[in-house]
Design a protein around this ligand. Structure first.
Ligand code: LHQ
Length: 262
């Protein structure tokens, strides 16, 4: 990173919540390899730090993320697209999905192309009223990447996924809510508050929350028998946790348990 330049991703950690803010507002937080690597690194840090219970991803300025920075010289044949995907996009998406802690996308504006993929990779999407979603890939002759072709059909069904990806139309926040693409839409001025409330609630959750994330996010990739086996494995881990002991003690004593995430 160049000394004196603003970090392309700002990180702030408070009360168990690590917030990653994409910080290239002049291009609506277009993605470069540096941004992708910084988001992945943030998730890896969150995985290694027991004090972090939740990750929030948001954008500086009026955009959430405009997808790949198209000023990087991407033209037919002259860019190592495979390398960019393999070495930077895939590790970022994997870092978000593999993290055994909840990730919230706080969508403060347009989420286009791989910027929409980034939002879809999160476990929760809270959107400001002015947020929009665009499968922009087709507009420039590309296919959905960074997981969009995986997440979209699972969230909205194949028919709608095909329509969104093949037409590349702009979806406003109300339509995104109707489609189930976002969990909640709030007035723009309430977005950080609503995100904080959800993050604080998740940060008080038990160790099992991360295991639940893995079970649900991967369930459509498995048949019943293998999913039952996965539940068994996860339940053994959950039942070994201090939080299970606290949860049962809380039930018996009729007091809300205080979970530590262990
Ligand atoms: C941008 C960008 C941008 C650079 C706005 N890049 N400057 C993966 C691997 C490898 C290769 C390729 O792709 C991929 C995956 C992908 O993500 S492909 C999809 C890439 N993204 C797009 O195609 C979206 C491009 N952007 C737009 O269509 C519009 O900017 C949206 C709809 C996002 C927002 O429109 P407006 O609100 O009207 O804003 P704007 O267009 O005026 O943008 C503001 C500025 O941001 C502007 O710069 P300027 O100097 O004129 O103020 C844009 O040029 C710049 N910008 N997106 N992706």
């Amino acid at each position: 990173m160049v000394i004196g330049a603003a970090p392309v991703v700002l990180t702030a950690s408070e009360a168990g919540v690590l917030t990653l803010t994409l910080n290239r507002p002049e291009v609506l937080n277009g993605l470069t390899d540096e941004v992708l690597d910084a988001v992945a690194a943030g998730c890896h840090d969150a995985a290694a730090d027991a004090a972090v219970r939740v990750v929030v991803i948001t954008g500086a300025g009026r955009g959430f993320c405009s997808g790949q920075d198209l000023r990087g010289g991407f033209e037919a044949g002259d860019a190592d697209i495979r390398g960019h995907l393999h070495e930077h996009y895939v590790p970022m998406i994997r870092a978000i999905r593999d993290l055994e802690k909840p990730v919230i996308a706080s969508v403060n504006g347009v989420a286009a192309g791989a910027g929409m993929s980034l939002a879809l990779a999160a476990d929760f999407r809270v959107a400001g009223e002015s947020a929009t979603f665009i499968q922009a890939f087709v507009r420039i002759g590309l296919v959905p990447d960074a997981g969009s072709s995986y997440f979209l059909p699972r969230l909205v069904g194949t028919a709608k996924a095909l329509e969104l990806a093949m037409l590349g139309e702009t979806i406003d926040s109300a339509e995104a809510l109707r489609l189930g693409l976002v969990h909640r839409v709030v007035p723009d001025e309430d977005l950080s508050h609503a995100t904080h409330d959800l993050a604080a609630r998740l940060a008080r959750g038990p160790r099992s929350a991360g295991l639940i994330k893995q079970l649900i996010n991967q369930s459509l990739d498995h048949d019943l028998s293998s999913q039952l086996a996965r539940e068994e494995e996860a339940q053994v881990l959950a039942a070994e946790s201090d939080d299970f002991t606290a949860g049962v003690a809380g039930f018996i004593s009729k007091r809300a348990p205080e979970f530590t995430g262990h």
